[in-house]
Design a protein around this ligand. Structure first.
Ligand code: SF4
Ligand code: SF4
Length: 239
């Protein structure tokens, strides 16, 4: 847990702009302190070594608070996926894993950003809304460890009070479900107290086309195509 030793702190304020979510504040006594509700345990205040008197330190974290660190500190390796950097290989490996095959779309909804963060209660609003449509939550995503019931998009009760810097909800669904998914996200964006970006993952046709683009434009969604080509850096797992 990020803490500030009140005996050591001189109140210089150098640590305040370093915090990723604005959780360090100055008290009436002229000392810095961490708002523990807002802090996402990213560890940047300690790793940056900004404090001239080493007053900032991390305390050991217990579950469920440690989830803040797992999803916010890129130096952590996630136990579920074994992948450093917040625990997901994400969609850029699709040409190796073929996780999203023909007739399916993958979608990444990344909630939270530096400066904003996201509460797991807001994450659950998104997962519940998507579950009602019958989408499949991707097994390899570390979010799976937080579900009480993925078929309902329900997260475990004890994690709902936690906040993270950002978290990626990764789903898979038949391509014809896209209009309903977009409609649902437009509705839920008004209910969450954070920002999110949406990435749609699709394979390119043998002719080089991307049918999803016109489908999205018809739904009133501005598209920014973004392709990554795997130059022999991986092994195709199945065909
Ligand atoms: S651990 Fe991260 S969020 Fe918490 S006070 Fe330090 S910089 Fe801010
Ligand atoms: S940088 Fe260190 S001494 Fe300065 S306000 Fe922050 S904790 Fe206090």
């Amino acid at each position: 847990m990020a803490r500030i030793d009140q005996e050591k702190c001189t109140g210089c304020g150098d640590c305040i702009p370093v915090c990723t979510v604005g959780a360090i504040q100055m008290s009436g006594e002229g000392k810095a302190h961490v708002d523990l509700d807002a802090c996402v345990e990213c560890g940047v205040c300690v790793r940056s070594r900004v404090c001239p008197v080493n007053a900032i330190y991390m305390q050991k974290l217990e579950y469920p608070r440690i989830l803040r660190r797992v999803f916010s500190d890129p130096t952590m390796t996630h136990k579920l996926t074994g992948i450093p950097g917040r625990g997901t290989a994400e969609v850029k490996t699709n040409d190796v894993t073929l996780r999203y095959d023909w007739g399916y779309y993958g979608m990444c909804i990344e909630l939270g950003r530096p400066g904003v963060g996201a509460s797991l209660r807001d994450v659950e609003k998104v997962t519940r809304a998507l579950a009602e449509l019958g989408v499949e939550f991707v097994e390899e995503n570390p979010l799976m460890g937080l579900f009480e019931d993925p078929s309902r998009g329900k997260l475990k009760e004890e994690v709902l009070g936690e906040r993270v810097l950002s978290l990626i909800v990764e789903v898979k669904f038949p391509s014809e479900l896209l209009p309903k998914v977009i409609e649902t996200l437009k509705k839920v964006e008004k209910e969450v107290d954070t920002v999110f970006t949406v990435g749609l993952i699709t394979r390119i046709t043998p002719e080089g086309g991307i049918p999803a683009i016109s489908q999205l434009e018809q739904l009133g969604v501005a598209v920014r195509p973004n392709a990554k080509v795997n130059m022999g850096l991986g092994r195709v797992l199945r065909r």
